[in-house]
Ligand binder design. Structure first.
Ligand SMILES: [Zn+2]
Length: 414
């Protein structure tokens, strides 16, 4: 008889992340089978329908390890030129992020470095970071542009994002963030830059299918709510999903703006008030929280977790991997920081990098271990799922599986 499945993992403990049952949707002594890249069966090993050897072409003994859905990082700026180590050194000596942004370093410094870098250089630097991410369990990643701020460099960043997925073998969702900051050459012509974003860059990005979504940095030091609204409207006209960097530095109405444009996510939210949270709840917009930036900037105002819970707004966590404010590559680091700083529970945290992170990217085929979902897995040397949040800087990931196949991030082409 032909085996029913391509691969069968046995002797596994499954954190399915399916809600409504055991914590983490856990199945002890479980088994999971893949066929054609999707999960075809999962449950207690004792309930497998027939002898294991007859079921699958290949059987993998997971050695009692925990298996979670492959982790999903829904907010990164992982493609950039140069580094910000000089900024870091000044900041640890006491300079603030706002001072840095206004003093000509900050994002503007990275923009200059990025414009000067060719595509191969940008790709090599980003690929090294993404390999680190994969080795710590990430199998789906969002990548933003936003360090080019001119047509050619923004397109180059998005092409690098697409290529990271193709070469490294994971899913990359790209987001156009031309509205990251006003570039220096437009300092006295803000509306001309917003015009460029809305009438040139967004249509071009849409036409060349280089981005899955459009993001805007709606903030006191970046774009006003009115400017942001124009940009989000242009994105919707071009049939791109939208998301917003909202309320990181002040409650500037970013969350409400995201909700009004039916955004997939509103990100940061440290200063979002009750009205903004209520708007997210009504719109079904996911809150994406970024503990790496909170940590690096030594912030003291935490995102409104009690309001998010009370209003049942799903929240995700991300690395926000970027050179200036969150040089964080691995999601287990974000899990730990969110738990320690904000009192996120380990189960909420893990939900935030699986089920809720999938929703933040508009991906309905992953984020849970269930029949029919994509077979993206992460295997862990931990005694229980909460241990994924416990260590800081430990490496507990024993491997990842993408669409049913083991992926070695350091051996893939490129
Ligand atoms: Zn960001």
């Amino acid at each position: 008889m032909m085996p029913s499945y391509d691969t069968l993992w046995v002797n596994a403990r499954l954190a399915t992340m399916t809600p409504g049952g055991a914590p983490y949707g856990a199945i002890e002594d479980g088994a999971l089978a893949a066929r054609d890249g999707a999960i075809a069966w999962l449950g207690p090993r004792a309930e497998l329908p027939q002898a294991e050897q007859t079921l699958a072409a290949r059987i993998v003994d997971a050695g009692g390890r925990w298996i979670t859905p492959g982790l999903i990082d829904p907010h990164t700026h992982v493609v950039f030129g140069g580094d910000r180590i000089a900024d870091f050194t000044r900041r640890v000596a006491g300079e603030s992020y706002v001072d840095a942004a206004q003093g000509g370093s900050g994002i503007a410094f990275t923009v200059a470095q990025t414009r000067a870098a060719d595509e191969a250089t940008l790709f090599a630097a980003a690929a090294a970071r993404v390999r680190t991410m994969i080795a710590s369990g990430t199998t789906t990643l969002e990548v933003k542009s936003g360090y080019g701020l001119d047509v050619e460099t923004e397109l180059r960043l998005l092409r690098v994002g697409r290529r990271l997925g193709d070469v490294l073998g994971i899913t990359v969702r790209t987001t156009y963030l031309g509205a990251h900051t006003i570039p220096a050459e437009y300092a006295d012509r803000r509306s001309a830059y917003v015009d460029l974003v809305c009438t040139t860059m967004i249509p071009r990005v849409a036409r060349e299918r280089l981005a899955d979504a459009v993001d805007v940095f709606c903030e006191t030091i970046a774009f006003t709510p009115a400017e942001s609204a124009r940009i989000l409207a242009a994105a919707r006209v071009n049939e791109l999903a939208v998301k917003v960097h909202a309320d990181q530095i002040a409650d500037s109405g970013g969350a409400a703006l995201a909700a009004a444009h039916a955004a997939l996510s509103a990100d940061h939210l440290e200063h979002t008030g009750p009205g903004g949270v209520a708007a997210l709840a009504t719109a079904g917009t996911v809150a994406v929280l970024l503990p790496g930036a909170y940590h690096y900037l030594r912030e003291t105002v935490a995102p409104p977790l009690d309001l998010l819970r009370a209003q049942r707004v799903p929240f995700a966590l991300a690395t926000d991997c970027n050179p200036g404010t969150s040089p964080v590559c691995t999601l287990p680091t974000a899990l730990n920081l969110a738990c320690v700083y904000w009192g996120v529970t380990p189960e909420e945290a893990l939900t935030g990098v699986t089920r809720n992170a999938a929703r933040a990217l508009g991906l309905g085929d992953r984020g849970e271990l269930r029949v029919g979902a994509r077979c993206d897995l992460a295997l862990w040397d931990v005694a229980q799922p909460a241990e994924l949040c416990y260590w800081l800087g430990a490496h507990r990931c024993a491997g990842v599986v993408v669409a049913g196949r083991e992926l070695d991030p350091y051996r893939s082409a490129g």
